[in-house]
Design a protein around this ligand. Structure first.
Ligand code: ZN
Length: 111
């Protein structure tokens, strides 16, 4: 489909150059097609940027083995993650929070 539109654009510009068609008959549809492409591309980028949408059911985090703490650089708030809904860090104060992972130390075999 893309090659067909490119070919149609080349043929249309050729018809305008050789004065077969008025320029408005060729450039108006090309301009509308360009606006449509930019609009659909911007909606596509919005959909790809929605990483906060979970891709599955929430999974509980085993806090005895790993503690995941999110820290807000704006106000200093900290959150302990108990249930994970998505891999993306949550937002606070309009910014992504910084994650800090603490793994539980292995029990000492000598004691
Ligand atoms: Zn904050």
């Amino acid at each position: 489909m893309r090659w067909f539109l490119g070919l149609a654009a080349v043929v249309g510009v050729g018809l305008v150059v050789f004065d077969v068609l008025p320029a408005a008959y060729v450039f108006a549809p090309l301009l509308s097609l360009l606006i449509f492409k930019v609009g659909t591309a911007s909606f596509g980028s919005l959909r790809r940027g929605a990483s906060y949408i979970p891709d599955g059911p929430p999974r509980p985090v085993d806090t005895t083995r790993e503690r995941i703490v999110y820290w807000c650089a704006g106000c200093g708030a900290e959150l302990l993650l108990l249930v994970r809904g998505t891999e993306a860090a949550p937002r606070h104060c309009g910014e992504r929070m910084t994650d800090r992972r603490e793994t539980a130390s292995q029990p000492d075999a000598t004691s």
